[in-house]
Design a protein around this ligand. Sequence first.
Ligand SMILES: [Zn+2]
Length: 252
Amino acid sequence: MQLAELKWPEVEALPKQTPIVFPIAALEQHGRHLPVFTDSLLTTEIVRRLSERFRSDALFAPLLWLGNSDHHLDFPGTLSVPPRTYIDLLGGLAENAIAHGFRRIFFLNGHGGNEVPGRQALFEVRQRHRDRRDLLLLFGTYWNLVDKMRLSQLGLTQTSLNHACEYETSMVLHLNSKLVAETCSIAPVHYGNPFEPAHRAFTTKDISAPGHVGIPSEATVAKGAALFEAFTDGAADIIRRMIAWNGTDWSG
Ligand SMILES: [Zn+2]
């Protein structure tokens, strides 16, 4: 069910063990061939599919489209909330849910730049409520929740999701091919970090002049359909496990 459609007495009457899902994404450049709203479009579609599956068993807040995209700000059109503000924003949302009695909270993320601040936000919430045993605070990025074996069987060229890449381009093609510019002539951009396994801080323009990372020319509508199914199943599995949680134990 959608939080945006409920009246407050209906929210008050909900069983408070109902998982509340906060979908979070971004508005940022996605190369020359995809719209800036790509992450929000893709996350919205996954949430639409999830809400059809779970009906009244899970509560979905409206998508928070503004994310931490500071690394893309060299590209026109990108909108970003500064990371420290974003940590407080997400932490505030989780605190709202807790104040209304909810105990099982899931930030379902569709943008890589939200991962560090999103996890930090939930870390801080957990420390503020450190004496409680009944809180389940989860953060998950949809492409990391997928069954890796299943992903390897979809005929994809890339072995993982990058940015405005084979995966994201395929999914936007599946949603609405009119939103995608011609991809056949787009040259691949490969992510390389010669300092691995150390993490190297970056701006996107360090890696890619056109803005994409990966191989968009390999995208197809059929790959997009298969990816949406696999990613929705992965996120659904987390929500099912949230519902099945016994309400107190770390081990579930
Ligand atoms: Zn993206």
